[in-house]
Design a protein around this ligand. Structure first.
Ligand SMILES: *Cc1c(COP(=O)(O)O)cnc(C)c1O
Length: 490
């Protein structure tokens, strides 16, 4: 891309809007609120539009290309979700409105609570948390409330496998618990011996991701639940990888006491820069009374509300806000990210139960197809059938000077977003690939072809990888410095 000739767009007197003539008396403003100088850019409307559209085109998105960012489930965001989220009846409500005037919105929330409850196999769900990490925090706070209410005050340890996402120990320490790491075994499962050695009456619980971040279903999940429960702890489920399990496994039935869902991963709502997320939590009977509130409860009404129904068999309901008895409280202002909830609800309704299962089956199939095509080329530390994602290593004997970072950067030249790299931490030079179910075989084949070309380049022209990316608006960045000291002007 060539640099625009017009670098500095601002110029004195340029203006992007016309204000109407004043039709009220000018107000006298207190002098201390006024300033003589306010150096804002002055640009015309067209220049402003071009500036932002040009910036947006430097971005990479699910809507522009394949995005196999492991553990993030960057699936396509169906546009019908946007249509429903923009329906005037949803957009023009206000959180302070009387609940009787927003029954449709409350019904949607209640039904989504029920859908997620059913999908996860739990007793209750709260849609309050605004992200997976906040769902984790809510879950750990519920575990803490459970132990405290029973007077079991000496539990201060949360066990976390070494393959876990960094948000797990963060949620734990925010809740005042100490983290103790549990090793993985040679097959990528939780090491049962190590777990057994750490189970005691100081353990508040274990946070387990299943399938874990290696993309492997823990073969001992039932034993793990029994061990943790056996020492009086509770089992937390990091549900970020639910995209492998929809309609196939209910975590509540495996022994998880609480789990968060990532609506922006599994349920197709936009991710990251695309808008806010949602990380609802599901719990079993033990934790029902601690759920963050308010949640929506459905109440059957008789009498005046049913008069419109001639047929007495059709029950009539009102939906009301309620706060569970011993709730840990609110996780966020008002009622969660409602627009995101509408999108996830739409996704679930448009796929239906059979469609959700098909989505997970296809996600697992797509991942295994890629794994099969790439495993001879890049080392595979845990050689098992994967779930919805898998982890390779970018370190090949044939190309000792090449690191995973070089492969990731070179993929950008081929038009692909890189996979997750250097995570999970237990795999050196990790490349964590998650294709999702929404990609066609054609796209998966093109990605494999790029990975094959890169493998050959790594041996024949390693400088091509070391200097990559070659075709992006900015070349290789010092990523830490770019994040800590961003240059926002020139
Ligand atoms: C994404 C993810 C999280 C955190 O979810 P956010 O919605 O990004 O806060 C936690 N655990 C795992 C395994 C994840 O992939």
């Amino acid at each position: 891309m060539t640099e625009p000739l017009l670098n500095e767009l601002s110029g004195e007197g340029r203006c992007g809007c016309l204000l109407p003539d004043l039709d009220v008396p000018p107000a006298e403003l207190p002098a201390e609120f006024l300033r003589d100088d306010l150096p804002l850019p002055e640009v015309g409307e067209v220049d402003l539009v071009r500036h932002y559209v040009r910036l947006s085109q430097m971005n990479y998105a699910v809507d522009t290309g394949f995005y196999p960012l492991g553990s993030c489930t960057m699936k396509y965001n169906p546009k019908v979700n946007e249509e429903t989220a923009r329906l005037p009846g949803f957009v023009h409500t206000h959180p302070y409105q009387d609940e009787l005037t927003v029954q449709g919105s409350l019904q949607l929330i209640w039904e989504l609570q029920e859908f997620l409850r059913e999908i996860g196999g739990f007793a209750g769900v709260s849609l309050q948390p605004a992200a997976g990490a906040q769902g984790e925090f809510a879950g750990v706070l519920m575990i803490r409330a459970y132990h405290r209410e029973r007077g079991d005050a000496k539990r201060h340890i949360m066990l976390i496998p070494d393959s876990a996402h960094g948000t797990n120990p963060a949620s734990t320490s925010m809740s005042g618990y100490d983290t103790v790491e549990i090793k993985s075994d040679a097959r990528g499962n939780v090491d049962l011996e190590d777990l057994r050695a750490h189970c005691n009456d100081e353990v508040a619980g274990l946070m387990l991701t299943n399938p874990n971040t290696l993309g492997l279903f823990d073969e001992h999940v039932v034993e793990i639940a029994a061990l943790v429960h056996g020492c009086g702890g509770l089992l937390y489920g990091d549900g970020a990888n639910m995209n492998a399990l929809l309609g196939i496994v209910k975590p509540g039935e495996l022994g998880f006491d609480v789990m968060h869902y990532n609506l922006h991963k599994t349920f197709s709502t936009p991710h990251g820069g695309g808008g806010p997320g949602a990380g609802p939590v599901g719990v079993n009977e033990k934790l029902l009374r601690y759920l963050p509130g308010p949640i929506v409860t459905r109440v059957e009404v008789k009498g005046e509300h049913t008069q419109e129904h001639e047929d007495e068999d059709i029950p009539s309901y009102v939906y009301i806000w309620s706060v569970p008895e011993a709730s840990i409280g609110r996780m966020k202002s008002f009622y969660g990210n409602f627009g995101v909830l509408v999108r996830a609800y739409t996704y679930i309704c448009s796929l239906g139960a059979a469609g959700l299962r098909k989505a997970s089956e296809t996600a697992v199939l797509n991942a295994n197809y890629l794994l099969h095509r790439l495993k001879g080329l890049y080392p595979l530390p845990y050689d098992r059938r994967c779930m919805h994602e898998f982890v390779l290593s970018g370190r090949r004997e044939a190309a000792p000077d090449i690191h995973t970072l070089d492969i990731a950067k070179r993929l950008m030249d081929y038009g692909f977003h890189p996979p997750t790299i250097y995570f999970p931490l237990i795999v050196p030079e990790a490349l964590m690939i998650e294709p999702t179910e929404t990609e066609s075989k054609r796209t998966l084949d093109a990605f494999c072809e790029a990975m094959h070309k890169i493998a050959a380049e790594a041996v024949e022209h390693p400088e091509l990888l070391h200097d990559a990316p070659h075709g992006t608006p900015v070349r290789r960045l010092d990523e830490v410095r770019a994040a800590r000291q961003p240059k926002l002007t020139w």
